[in-house]
Unconditional design. Structure first.
Lengths: 334, 317
């Protein structure tokens, strides 16, 4: 029964995947203007020397990228490329492949945003749970208030403030980059330390901005769960407060939080483009920002495709996990 | 026989409200003998469920137990420490909840909800223990592996009954255990409750507003009105010769199988619990109220063998 369910969910994921690839194929072709011509015109207007016969160059580029083929042919070729993880070449840094560019940027984003999101989820959820728990210490409310205020400030603004205070006024943390310039990355503690040192401020700006919203969501859910009859019966049964809090209250209030976490993780890669830009962090967001600035169409297209796929995959994983987390999610169709 | 297993005296519960305290339970007292079945009836808001919560000491703020004594097997429940109270719950006095449909944790299998009960009371049950409990309430052992949403309402209530008898308590409080169930299942579940109660030798307090269902189940009945116990007595006596004006009207309102007549209600509404006018709480709706009833609140007085009525105007003066 679970297998049927998993197969069906997998089918849905494939459908989303196919749609994403098709839309990704169609969108650039629906937009007015020809990227190759634009790129060359830019080249002509900026370079002092002669570029030669623009028309011939355009044609040869078209043939090089397969743009002279009929649309249906291009479509199938595009599928072939996608399935081979071949997303073409970067226009801005020509010999570099889009797939390499993305592969180089992906771990930074996953590391920075993954950690920051998990940390803020863990702290925020626990804090929200305790805020709603009548037996929690009172000082927690005072402690939590600043985070609720911070959640009203956009994360990039917090990023700018942290950058100013932590890297410019006090010069404790680096102002940008993923690791020290003078370091050769390797599998050693110095590298890990350098990476963490550089990740501190960008991660902190995301964590500070998010904790409040996790806490508010969890507090609201926990308050409504505490009104449930099963909490009353648990108390009547003489269970310890700890058991009631963790296994009856938090366990049930957590379910919507986990959905939210999965959605956040799905949008991770695109979630904090501005933070990466502010801290010149070598992740997907910064790469996308650069690509948009330099009209690097294939890189933009590639990153957008990877984003759609990553969301589809997280949703699939969530669908697989959800019945295990909440047994009421039935696998049956009625 | 020994003394009462549960003694309640002058128990009051009030809720703090913006317009002053609301007395949901107002000085009630009764004794429950071992193995006795006592019923508490009354309309919505008369304080039945609040009484049960107060006996378990589970009144949450802004509510509080403002006065009274609750003695369970001689121990003062209201004076127990948090930890002693926790260990007393379900071990000596258990609860069959009102909302059977929603009283089980939806994300834990039934077996786990027995396991944490045993763990909380430091009991290491034998392998077949849960299966044995389930079979006593008429459920197959496979139910232990099920989640609450996989069971019917009647099955969930049976699970709750099995939980309530798991530690062989001396008193079971059953708060409208059948109100969420349909009529056929109601009878079966109540029969099960009665059978296991006799098996383990517990006394039971059954809360309800279905007088007919109550009449078949309990030995003694207490009628509540506006937070007070207006009449208590053996169920046969109270049904045959109701004495308090409220009980008279209540029993008069029961539909009859033999005589065809229009339904009768009791005109008026119960008094506000925050205002508490002096005198008898029933004075505004009472057909025989007189001047004295508006000044002085009546205390329960014996009018017969084991039969108490809180009314100035009835019984031996």
């Amino acid at each position: 029964m679970y297998l049927d369910y998993a197969i069906r969910r997998f089918g849905i994921m494939l459908l989303v995947f196919a749609l994403a690839v098709s839309i990704n194929f169609a969108l650039p072709r629906l937009t007015p203007g020809d990227p190759v011509e634009q790129q060359l015109n830019q080249l002509v207007s900026t370079s002092s020397g002669s570029v030669g016969d623009v028309k011939a160059i355009v044609d040869s580029y078209r043939a090089r990228f397969g743009l002279d083929q009929p649309v249906w042919r291009q479509y199938f070729d595009y599928w072939g490329m996608v399935l081979r993880f071949d997303l073409g070449f970067s226009l801005a840094n020509y010999p570099e492949r889009v797939s390499e560019s993305i592969a180089g940027a992906m771990p930074w984003t996953l590391g920075l945003l993954g950690m920051a999101t998990l940390i803020s989820f863990a702290i925020g959820t626990l804090m929200g749970g305790l805020l709603a728990w009548p037996r929690a210490p009172r000082w927690l409310g005072w402690f939590a208030a600043p985070f609720l205020v911070l959640s009203a400030i956009p994360y990039f603004l917090i990023g700018v403030i942290l950058l100013f205070v932590g890297a410019i006024v006090y010069r404790v943390f680096p102002a940008g980059g993923g690791f020290p310039f003078d370091m050769t990355p390797g599998f050693n503690w110095a590298t890990v330390g350098g990476i963490l040192w550089h990740a501190t401020l960008p991660a902190l700006s995301i964590v500070l901005a998010q904790i409040g919203s996790w806490a508010i969501g969890m507090r609201g859910m926990l308050v409504s769960v505490l009104g449930e009859d099963y909490i009353m019966l648990a108390e009547a049964k003489g269970l310890t407060q700890r058991r009631i809090f963790l296994w009856y209250a938090v366990r049930n209030a957590l379910l919507p939080q986990i959905t939210k976490l999965a959605l956040t993780l799905g949008h991770l890669v695109s979630g904090a483009i501005l933070v990466e830009v502010i801290f010149s962090y070598p992740g997907m967001g910064y790469r996308l920002y650069q690509a948009i600035q330099s009209k690097d169409f294939f890189v933009i297209q590639g990153i957008v495709l990877v984003l759609s796929i990553s969301i589809a995959v997280t949703m699939f994983v969530l669908d697989l996990l959800y019945p295990l987390i909440d047994p009421r999610i039935t696998n049956k169709r009625n | 026989m020994s003394g009462p297993v549960l003694e309640v005296a002058d128990l009051s519960v009030r809720y703090r409200t913006p317009v002053g305290p609301a007395y949901a339970v107002d000085g009630i007292g009764f004794n429950l003998m071992p193995r006795e079945r006592m019923g508490l009836v009354g309309e919505s808001g008369s304080g039945k469920s609040t009484t049960v919560l107060a006996l378990m000491r589970m009144i949450r703020p802004p509510g509080e137990i403002s006065a009274g004594h609750v003695r369970l097997e001689g121990r003062d429940v209201l004076a127990l420490s948090e930890e002693d109270l926790r260990r007393t719950r379900f071990a000596r006095m258990s609860l069959v909840p009102q909302g059977a449909m929603s009283s089980l944790n939806p994300v834990l299998p039934i077996g786990a909800q027995f396991a944490d009960l045993f763990a909380a009371h430091d009991i290491d049950p034998d392998d077949g223990h849960v299966a044995g409990l389930l079979s006593r309430v008429g459920l197959p052992p496979a139910v232990a592996a099920r989640f609450p949403h996989e069971l019917s309402g009647g099955m969930k209530q049976r699970v709750c009954i099995a939980l309530a008898i798991a530690l062989t308590p001396a008193v079971i409080l059953a708060d409208e255990p059948t109100s969420a169930l349909d009529v056929v299942v109601q009878k079966q579940v109540l029969a099960t409750l009665g059978r296991v109660q006799q098996d383990i030798g517990a006394a039971i307090i059954l809360i309800g507003h279905d007088m007919a269902l109550m009449a078949h189940f309990v030995d003694r009945i207490g009628v509540m009105y506006a937070g007070r116990l207006v009449e208590t007595g053996p169920v046969k006596t109270v049904f045959r010769s109701p004495t308090h004006p409220y009980t008279k009207l209540l029993i008069g309102a029961l539909p009859s199988l033999t005589a065809r007549r229009a339904f009768q209600g009791i005109p008026g509404v119960p008094p506000s619990l925050t205002e508490r006018p002096p005198g008898c709480p029933f004075q505004t709706r009472c057909p025989i109220a007189e001047a004295r009833c508006r000044i002085e609140a009546p205390a329960p007085r014996p009018v017969g063998s084991d039969h108490l009525v809180a009314c100035h105007l009835v019984g031996p003066a």
